[in-house]
Design a protein around this ligand. Structure first.
Ligand code: PFF
Length: 455
């Protein structure tokens, strides 16, 4: 039995393309299609986008490289990995524990948004939402989220589906699914962009997305952009450390992370270009919040022949992208419970799902039964989102950077990063290490303090 042997043989990604696809599968998800457009809309447009890109390059990339490097070196879950690498009695493993909390917070609301996407597949098949009239699309979305039974039912179906896929194992379940369908999503987004760009007020949408007004960039906006960078790249909570532990030893980490970051950014930008011209043409509000994508996308599809069929395909692909990301989120607690607490994998999956059904329900019911239940003035959906992206992930990033920069040290970092070959990637390793040691932690700290109004 694998959980009782001393050194269990670990599952892992089997091919180089599989590694890229699975890592991309974790990064690309509802963050691109749902969160990026609505946060960009709510935070003033292009200025937010610029800060987000900057945060991704200066903080996101180095932290992602650090996490994958650590994970691949130890080949274990984040808690075990950090215990193995830390000097005696230094509790760096708390990064992994905080990551587990963050993964539950994120999954709680993420699974509800995945649920909306699945529900929209069926709404799209029914055809009732295919309209450029904002009253129609807003009413359809409102009816879904304010119905407690539908919200809960879809969410639990999603959870059961995720559990099923996870029980098939890492390489079979995650690799096979993400490998095949990502390119299709990309193509469909390209088509949507072409349609959106032909709309009347396309220029206004593009100006909103690409012409920055830095007057709108406040401390809170910067923190939100930084939080999005962490959320997008699945970093700051051990997910990339976990995925790094499945990386093969000959995988080129900097190249893989750069490709994932670039492809991820492309998908977000395509989603932005698909949505904002329609927002301005059909008179939606850019700051509509989490509803934005669900009310705007049907309007774009209503403009093309075969729009209804293509919209079904779109929501199916969005569901697949979301599934890849959701699976990677679940993998964090599952692997910790399996390796650290010696639970058999199926039991670890079940326990995670049961806990999630409880915490997730509070998010599923925020627009109905629990609408008035608020903590710090936020409903559970918004609270979990805020706490994870704006507090736990950036804090996790600070500690991952500090750990590599000050505890693990340059020699080990460079050696693992360059696949144990001398001198390869020397310059790059130095730059990334410098960022991790000095720049990233300080920058994140300042942005957090300012964004949370702590100074
Ligand atoms: N990166 C995913 C997305 O943008 O949809 C969400 C996510 C996955 C966040 C995994 C965090 C994580 F650990």
């Amino acid at each position: 039995m694998s959980q009782s042997t001393h050194k269990p043989s670990r599952d892992g990604f089997t091919s180089s393309f599989g590694v890229l696809a699975a890592t991309l599968g974790s990064a690309v998800g509802l963050g691109n299609i749902w969160k990026f457009p609505y946060l960009t809309g709510a935070n003033g447009g292009a200025g937010f986008l610029m800060v987000y890109i900057l945060a991704t390059l200066v903080v996101g990339l180095p932290v992602m490289i650090a996490e994958i490097t650590l994970g691949r070196h130890v080949k274990a879950n984040p808690v075990t990995a950090l215990i193995a690498l830390s000097p005696a009695r230094q509790p760096w493993w708390l990064i992994g524990a905080a990551g587990m909390v963050a993964s539950f917070l994120i999954m709680s609301f993420y699974s509800e948004v995945v649920a909306w996407v699945f529900a929209y597949v069926f709404k799209a098949i029914g055809g009732s939402i295919l309209s450029s009239d904002r009253k129609v699309t807003e009413a359809a979305f409102g009816a879904l989220i304010s119905d407690p039974l539908q919200s809960l039912l879809w969410q639990w179906l999603v959870l059961i589906g995720m559990g099923g896929i996870l029980l098939l194992g890492v390489s079979k379940g995650i690799e096979a699914l993400t490998k095949k369908l990502m390119p299709l999503l990309f193509l469909l987004l390209l088509l949507l962009c072409a349609v959106s760009l032909s709309l009347d007020k396309a220029a206004d949408g593009l100006a909103f997305l690409f012409n920055p007004d830095f007057g709108k960039v406040t401390g809170t906006v910067v923190l939100t952009a930084l939080g999005l960078a962490f959320f997008k790249l699945s970093i700051g909570m051990g997910t990339m450390m976990t995925y790094g532990s499945y990386f093969r030893d000959d995988q080129n980490i900097p190249v893989t992370t750069f490709r994932v970051m670039s492809a991820d950014l492309c998908v977000s930008l395509l989603a932005g270009v698909a949505i904002f011209p329609a927002v301005f043409t059909f008179d939606f509000a850019p700051a509509a919040g989490p509803a934005l994508v669900f009310i705007t996308i049907p309007a774009v599809f209503s403009q093309i022949p075969m729009g209804q069929a293509l919209m079904v395909v779109f929501f199916v692909l969005a569901a697949v992208a979301a599934t890849g990301a959701m699976l990677s989120l679940m993998e964090v607690p599952v692997l910790i419970l399996h390796e650290r607490f010696r639970l058999a994998r199926p039991k670890a999956v079940m326990l995670t799902l049961v806990l999630l059904a409880v915490t997730g329900s509070t998010c599923a019911l925020t627009n109905s039964t629990l609408a008035d239940f608020k903590v710090f003035g936020l409903n559970m959906f918004d609270l979990f989102d805020f706490l994870s992206s704006n507090v736990i992930l950036p804090a996790g990033g600070i500690f991952v950077a500090l750990f590599v920069g000050w505890v693990w040290g340059f020699d080990k970092f460079r050696s693992v990063l360059s696949n144990h070959e001398q001198l390869q990637n020397e310059g790059l390793a130095r730059v990334v290490f410098f960022l991790l040691r000095y720049i990233s932690p300080l920058l994140i700290l300042i942005v957090m303090l300012k964004g949370l109004h702590l100074f």
